[in-house]
Design a protein around this ligand. Structure first.
Ligand SMILES: *Cc1c(COP(=O)(O)O)cnc(C)c1O
Length: 354
């Protein structure tokens, strides 16, 4: 790490925690006392400061509103048994954030602003990390273009922010999933591997139509044949066929390289499963289901961690799973939580001390 930046800190006089409880808070609704803010202008990052969480003021011509140069990250902080604060694998999110930035023609954020800024902010708002099981402090870094001009080109100026939101369990219930054949989340050459705001905007209609049919989310298929499985909602997807865990490979750039995905691969191998990162089609899935070999299906992501799938609908084929029998997903979640809440040694050095 290079020299620590000058981060100016302005503290809130009286913590908002005096007026609220952190028990069972819904995802992303409440924000901590402070935020980090930095500006990119004339080729450099400046005005790095931590200050009370507050609204921002922009001109209607703000480039991000019109042309969508906007990226973000999702990270979680936990308290261990001694009450010490740790962030789960933030270096991986830092690297991914800059991969997203490059794809969107945005400047990269230096490590000393992203990592040290996040550490300082979480340290300051440490009391906002809930202590309860399945609760955590969600960390949301975001960057967007701030030129106030309607010409279409990469902006010259940007704002980088980090905000913090205490959160309870995200998808507590197993999910009913609709296999999507009409809409596409990502195509080769596109932006599927970057965590940019537009990917979310473009995917909402599929989730909305699935919900009308009684489903919680969609299982995305590839753009050309609507046959190769991609991701489930905004999570990576795993299928357990016999003793092999299969997840779509990252090769085509249509899949977000999830930190939870990578973590799951490591833990699944430790649990003695074989793991395959490769193309998997809906036909292979149905055939494995019909032979009784498809044991489990689940999504992985920071917000939800491991989200079990209890039903998959593809055309007129309904695949049903008894999630109470999901040994792999259950064990994976248990192992992941044990590491995050400091119940077992952190042999992979995933926990970054605040
Ligand atoms: C963020 C995200 C994921 C999950 O990534 P994690 O690093 O595990 O949180 C998966 N798919 C999409 C599309 C995402 O945006």
């Amino acid at each position: 790490m290079t020299a620590a930046p000058d981060i100016n800190v302005t503290r809130l006089q009286r913590s908002k925690l005096n007026e609220m409880s952190l028990e069972n808070v819904p995802f992303g609704k409440y924000f901590s006392d402070h935020m980090l803010e930095a500006d990119y202008e004339n080729g450099e990052w400046k005005n790095v400061e931590i200050k009370p969480y507050q609204p921002l003021l922009f001109e209607p011509s703000l480039a991000a509103f019109h042309y969508g140069q906007a990226i973000f990250e999702g990270i979680k902080a936990y308290k261990n048994q001694e009450g010490e604060a740790f962030i789960f694998r933030p270096q991986d999110n830092f690297r991914r954030f800059n991969i997203s930035a490059e794809r969107m023609c945005m400047p990269t954020v230096p490590e000393e602003i992203f990592m040290e800024g996040m550490r300082k902010l979480v340290e300051l708002d440490k009391n906002w990390i809930p202590g309860r099981k399945d609760h955590s402090l969600y960390i949301r870094p975001v960057m967007f273009s701030t030129d106030c001009i309607l010409g279409v080109k990469p902006s010259d100026s940007y704002k980088f922010l980090i905000i913090l939101s205490p959160t309870g369990p995200y998808y507590a219930e197993p999910m009913k999933i609709y296999v999507e054949e009409k809409y596409t989340r990502a195509a080769p050459g596109g932006v599927g591997f970057s965590k940019n705001a537009g990917n979310y905007g473009g995917s909402m209609i599929a989730a909305r139509e699935a919900r009308k049919l009684g489903y919680d989310q969609v299982l995305w298929t590839d753009a050309f044949e609507h046959k190769w499985l991609q991701e489930v909602g905004m999570m990576n997807v795993f299928f357990v066929i016999n003793d092999i865990a299969i997840t779509p490979s990252l090769d085509e750039g249509t899949i977000l390289n999830g930190v939870t995905r990578d973590t799951a691969i490591t833990l699944l191998l430790e649990m003695g499963l074989k793991v395959e990162e490769r193309r998997i089609s809906i036909d292979e899935l149905i055939s494995a289901y019909q032979k009784g070999e498809l044991k489990e299906a689940f999504g992985s992501g920071t917000a939800a961690t491991v989200a079990m799938i209890k039903e998959l609908l593809y055309k007129d084929v309904l695949m049903h799973f008894d999630t109470s029998l999901f040994k792999v997903a259950g064990e994976l979640k248990t192992r992941l939580n044990a590491i995050r809440y400091g119940l077992v040694p952190d042999t992979h050095h995933w926990m970054y001390k605040v």
